[in-house]
Ligand binder design. Structure first.
Ligand code: ADP
Ligand code: ZN
Length: 304
């Protein structure tokens, strides 16, 4: 009994067939084509799904449902993608209704960070936790909140939009209009932007970490500041939700130990839990196909 997972992103949309143990039976991906309407993209998704089902001889009766993960803001009550900055042509698009024209299966729809959190609970770094937060530090910063054994989705599926926690109000203006949001100062995009300003040339966040590791003082100071900002956001989450652990994923977390040890040190200073131990902070376990598995988890795991 399979789930179909669809992970919609600004550059590509991943589609797959996933079994109840989380194995990916088949997967494919479509470039997110911004020159066509989302209706056309949905037609392409439907064709790609039909083809996968045919190639792998999966009977319609063996499909439990379709799980869809998409960037926020969205409205899961209405089944709409609302206003994600990287999907401008999709604003207010009724994705669930549009897919339902092609398939009569049950549909589940959540924001991608929420879906990724559920995947970490299902198969990843939070299997044993009833209370945890999954944080993704990538192009932006987002989170999925799991509390009392349930996903916290909020009224419209936008809970966990922690990228707009204000961390440093003396910093510049975020896309949301506030000053110094967490993702404005500590995402991969933010690292690259700040370093490019300092160095007077375009650099990627990966390069910034490499320069800092090689002893470049200015880049080292920037990286240390970013780690501190990540620590500040983590302390806020710990103080708000009292989780058993924090799970950190996303492209920037690939830098690994330097980030985790700096954040653990900051958190252990400022967010002791009542027993006096600090909250464990661990890397996400699902890297490859995390978005797809998250989307499929919405079908395979009972989360509401
Ligand atoms: P997306 O935001 O599309 O989900 P990613 O999770 O890969 O994609 O995040 C992209 C961001 O992460 C970019 O800013 C990129 O520079 C940064 N990034 C990706 N890989 C690494 C790495 N190994 N080290 C540091 N930063 C990285
Ligand atoms: Zn913001």
């Amino acid at each position: 009994n399979y789930a179909i997972g669809i992970d919609i992103g600004g550059t590509k949309t991943a589609l797959g067939i996933i079994d109840p143990s989380g194995q990916v039976l088949a997967k494919t991906s479509l470039p997110t084509d911004h020159s066509v309407s989302p209706h056309v993209m949905v037609d392409r998704m439907a064709a790609a799904i039909q083809q996968m089902l045919m190639e792998h001889q999966v009977e319609e009766s063996n499909i439990l449902g379709i799980g869809i993960g998409a960037p926020g803001p969205l409205n899961t009550q209405k089944g709409e993608i609302t206003a994600p900055p990287n999907l401008k042509g999709w604003w207010n698009f009724p994705i669930v209704e549009s897919l339902q024209r092609h398939f009569s299966y049950k549909m589940a729809f959540e924001n991608d960070a929420t879906a990724a959190a559920l995947a970490e609970k299902w198969l990843g770094a939070a299997k044993d936790a009833e209370h945890f937060v999954f944080i993704t530090i990538s192009t932006g910063i987002g989170a999925g909140i799991f509390s009392h054994g349930r996903l916290i989705t909020g009224a419209t599926g936008n809970a966990g939009d922690v990228g707009h926690f204000v961390i440093d109000p003396s910093a510049g203006t975020c896309v949301c209009g506030q000053q110094g949001c967490w993702e404005y100062v500590a995402s991969g995009t933010a690292i690259a932007r700040q370093a490019s300003e300092l160095l007077g040339r375009d650099v990627t966040s990966k390069e910034v970490f490499a320069l800092a590791a090689d002893g470049h003082q200015e880049m080292k100071a920037l990286v240390d500041q970013v780690f501190r900002y990540i620590g500040i956001g983590c302390v806020t989450l710990i103080n708000t939700l009292d989780p058993e652990k924090l799970v950190i994923g996303g492209g920037v977390s690939q830098i690994g130990e330097p980030l985790f040890s700096a954040v653990r040190e900051y958190v252990s200073k400022y967010a002791l839990n009542p027993s006096g131990r600090s909250t464990p902070i661990v890397p996400a376990a699902l890297l490859q196909d995390a978005g797809l598995i998250g989307a499929a988890a919405l079908i395979h795991v009972d989360y509401k």
